[in-house]
Design a protein around this ligand. Structure first.
Ligand SMILES: *Cc1c(COP(=O)(O)O)cnc(C)c1O
Length: 355
């Protein structure tokens, strides 16, 4: 098989060792004679997988005491509703910074429980920047933001300062750099951007928020249900958890998030440098807010599109077509993307300019 340079935004590239070991586990898990996906989730084998996955999340993110790690289902999209259910208190209002399609969807779900209040938005410029001047009203129960905007290619460089409980959708940049978990009440992330296959959603929950909601929560949407049962209230997505655990092992083996961040910075800086220096291209996001995970750019002259598309296709590049709401191109350069693949894309961009 020829090497494909996979820049897909999600589901996306994972480390080669994850694919290899996960496929072995499908056929015969650890010489048990059983496939991972046909054995009981209550078996000692799978319970050990869940435990290792949970412990690796804690270790790699350096999570302080007082937090619970959960692997749930429903994607980050169900997470939007779970956040509202579990974080609503006396005001029944959540404050949202809407910096893109996902953040806007998250805010909308809050209206099923109470009210999602937009306190800052980048809607006025097609979400090409991160709003910096805003104030948070007193009569809200929490502040929610989306750390990396997968579609528009912007990213928060600092954690918003607030005395309100803080909630973050980190679907597309979790495990890409170290974070201070102690600042958050809930962090959640769909696995399929940087962690594993689709099918599980990681939640990191401050224990003190559990059971404190002012609204009645349906059993499956109550984070306490899952915390009380170690993510085993019902059948967990065993394969997605296993493959995520393999990714976490891989991150640890590379030296953890400090090393991962170094690699990610090198890749992103290389690609942005080309976008800025190449006369044919321009970035779509404000420079100071550029995402180091999803790099969005366009051709200045649309008449070159067919030529460029043909060239990157021939270079075995896949998945760089931009989201329809931005147009142009989006190169997703998640953890598992090697710098060599980024260089292939840059070489194609250079070749187009030199034609
Ligand atoms: C992809 C994505 C989502 C949606 O995740 P699902 O798991 O498909 O529900 C939410 N938020 C962000 C930031 C995303 O990138």
């Amino acid at each position: 098989m020829s090497k494909i340079h996979n820049f897909s935004a999600g589901p996306c590239i994972l480390a080669p060792t994850v694919f290899e070991e996960a496929s072995k586990a499908i056929l015969n898990y650890n010489n048990t004679g059983l496939s991972l996906i046909e054995m009981s989730h209550r078996s000692p084998e799978f319970v050990a997988v869940m435990e290792e996955a949970r412990n690796l999340v804690k270790e790699i993110l350096n999570i302080p005491k007082g937090y619970t790690v959960l692997f749930l289902q429903g994607g980050a999209s169900l997470g939007f509703l779970e956040i509202a259910y579990n974080m609503m208190r006396e005001h029944k209002r959540g404050a949202y910074i809407t910096t893109g399609a996902w953040a806007t969807k998250a805010c909308k779900e809050a209206n099923f429980m109470g009210e999602g209040v937009v306190i800052a938005t980048s809607d006025d410029k097609n979400n090409n920047y991160i709003p910096k001047d805003y104030s948070i009203p007193n009569d809200v129960d929490y502040l929610h933001y989306t750390s990396n905007n997968t579609i528009f290619g912007t990213q928060f460089k600092t954690i918003p300062v607030t005395d309100k409980p803080l909630v973050c959708d980190m679907s597309s940049d979790i495990f890409s750099k170290p974070i201070d978990v102690s600042k958050f009440d809930i962090i959640y992330a769909g696995a399929q951007k940087n962690l594993g296959p689709a099918g599980t959603t990681l939640f990191i929950v401050k224990d003190s928020i559990l059971g404190q909601s002012s609204v009645e929560i349906p059993t499956m949407l109550n984070l306490k249900t899952h915390a009380d049962k170690d993510s085993m209230f019902n059948t967990p997505p065993v394969f997605a958890v296993y493959a995520s655990m393999l990714t976490l092992r891989w991150i640890k083996s590379l030296g953890g998030l400090t090393e991962i961040e170094k690699r990610n910075n090198a890749k992103a800086e290389l690609l942005y440098k080309e976008i800025d220096n190449n006369s044919l291209f321009e970035g779509t996001a404000a420079k100071e807010d550029r995402s180091y995970m999803n790099v969005t750019f366009t051709l200045k002259d649309d008449s070159k599109k067919d030529q460029f598309d043909k060239m990157w296709n021939e270079a075995n590049i896949s998945g760089i077509k931009g989201h329809r709401s931005v147009g142009g191109y989006r190169a997703s350069i998640y953890n598992a993307m090697p710098i060599e693949s980024v260089q292939v894309l840059i070489d194609v961009m250079k070749a187009l300019e030199n034609k």
